[in-house]
Each structure stands twice: as structure tokens, then as C-alpha cells.
Design a protein. Structure first.
Length: 283
């Protein structure tokens, strides 16, 4: 089976729009452009039928959104949705949401793994994430494995917001530290308003071991915990280039689920993205 894919985690890097400080020191990314044209060149041969842009620039996020908002409606972009950067901890959050409410906006993300642990515990943060959910916007959870208990707290406090756990909860695959991560994943899967994104895991492997055999048990634990109805797939391009490439990650993903039914594979690669993010695809 070769199910068409909706990529729910596509980054783009346009150095001309501002700095991307998080790429410093990453040879595969630092100083390089990764535009939509390059993504589409790689995506089309592996049957990626559409993509959801994921905020990429914490340094210049307002300008980034303005740029992507111009790109996304163009049919050749293949973008079916945008997940925008936000600051739920700050005053003026509701006004910010009003300023970016365009048709392609489907969700929000605040990268918490680079901030202090109590950021998402602040009452204003929680209140604003609830507000986003009331508008039908998803919220991507970007937390380290050691912070998954904090992510659980946030999701519990916002039961009417749809959350998506990025990158399988950022497991320490290279270090092989699995038990605490497994338990945290099961806890998050116990909340009906949390889905899991199968993405990013190759970046957490050691350089010589970014293989299907290494990542399979980590991905399979997420599948077992969340079930086929609460999984989506993401390329994490171009971050996947740190250890591999977009075509290789697609192939590894297909190998991991090759024994699943056609319907189960379709849920992971396409159907759940339509429901969770509320996007539409015209073929």
C-alpha cells in the first residue's frame, strides 16, 4: 500500500525574512534556505498530497506568519493549513488571534521545551489555550520527554482544546531511556483531547543509528498507546535532514506500519489529519 499523505509538520526556512537562531550549529540547516519549492520537489514523488505549515521562527514569528499567509493560498504551495506561533502567556493574546484569523489557520504552537518549566502552568497561559480551543484551533504540544508531565497538566486543564503531541514526545532514543517516557506517553494517551504526531524521531537517534530497527519500538509504543484514531504523521522537514531526509523518513514510516490494515494506514497518513486539524484536501 502507498497511501497518500497529509504532512502535518512542515517547516520552511526563508533566511531573508529574519533570523532562525535555533539552527545555529546545525550544519544541515544553518544559513540555508528551505523554501516551499524545494519541499514540493521532495514531497510529490513520495505521495505527500498536502501539508500543514508549522511555525519555524521563534525570533521573527509575526513576520513569518505574514509571509506564510501569502504563500499558503497559492495552489502550487500544496499547503492545506497553518499552525502559527503564539504567546499565550502575554496580554493581548485574543487580539493577536483576531489579527491572524485567516482561512488557512488551523492551530497554534508555543515551543515550551526551550522555556522554563512553569511557563504553561501560568493561569493566563491556560486561559488563553482554552480560548484558542473555543475557536476551534488546535494546540501543538512541544515539550521534552522530561516535561511530559507538565504537558499532561495543561491538557487536563483544557479539556475542550484539541492537543497534538509533537515528535512522539521527544524521546531520548540515542540514550535508550525508555521506561519513564513510555509511562508518560500512556498517561497522555489517557486524555481523549490529545493526539500523537509520529514525527521527528530520527533526529533523536545517534548519527549512525537512524534506522527503522531503532525507531520502530518507540513509534509502535505510541501507536499502541494512542490507537489508530489519534495519530497523525509529520515529516519535520527540513529538521529531518539532521539525520536523514524526507524520502527516507517516509519510507521508514511506511515500513513500520506495513502490517497494519489499509484503513489503519489511511488514518495515520491522511484521515486523522483531516479531522484533528479540520483541513480539507482537493485532489
Amino acid at each position: 500500500m502507498n497511501i497518500p499523505i497529509i504532512d502535518t509538520h512542515q517547516h520552511l526556512i526563508y533566511p531573508s525574512t529574519g533570523p532562525y537562531s535555533w539552527t545555529h550549529g546545525l550544519d544541515a540547516l544553518d544559513g540555508k534556505p528551505f523554501p516551499i519549492e524545494e519541499y514540493r520537489r521532495l514531497a510529490q514523488p513520495v505521495r505527500i498530497m498536502g501539508s500543514i505549515f508549522m511555525e519555524t521562527s521563534p525570533d521573527n514569528w509575526r513576520a513569518e506568519f505574514a509571509h506564510i499567509a501569502q504563500l499558503a493560498p497559492q495552489p502550487e504551495s500544496g499547503m492545506v493549513g497553518i499552525v502559527a506561533n503564539c504567546r499565550p502567556e502575554e496580554e493581548g493574546f485574543e487580539q493577536y488571534l483576531e489579527s491572524i484569523r485567516i482561512e488557512k489557520l488551523v492551530g497554534l504552537r508555543r515551543t515550551c521545551h526551550t522555556e522554563h518549566d512553569d511557563l504553561s502552568r501560568q493561569s493566563r497561559f491556560v486561559q488563553n489555550v482554552r480560548h484558542a480551543g473555543s475557536l476551534g484551533l488546535t494546540f501543538d504540544l512541544c515539550f521534552l520527554a522530561r516535561q511530559l508531565g507538565i504537558a499532561l497538566e495543561l491538557a487536563r486543564k483544557c479539556p475542550d482544546t484539541q492537543f497534538v503531541l509533537d515528535h512522539c514526545g521527544v524521546p531520548d532514543i540515542a540514550g535508550g531511556i525508555m521506561d519513564r517516557w513510555c509511562a508518560a506517553i500512556r498517561d497522555l494517551a489517557g486524555l481523549p483531547n490529545v493526539a500523537c504526531k509520529i514525527s521527528g524521531v530520527l533526529a533523536y537517534c545517534s548519527p549512525e543509528n537512524a534506522t527503522v530497527q531503532v525507531v520502530r519500538p518507540w513509534v509502535e509504543h505510541c501507536i499502541e498507546s494512542f490507537g489508530w484514531d489519534r495519530l497523525v504523521w509529520g515529516s519535520d522537514w527540513p529538521v529531518c535532514n539532521i539525520r536523514s531526509s524526507l524520502p527516507v523518513w517516509v519510507e521508514i514510516s511506511r515500513q513500520i506500519v506495513e502490517s497494519a490494515s489499509e484503513d489503519e494506514q489511511a488514518k495515520l497518513f491522511q484521515k486523522n489529519a483531516l479531522r484533528v486539524y479540520g483541513v480539507q484536501v482537493t485532489q
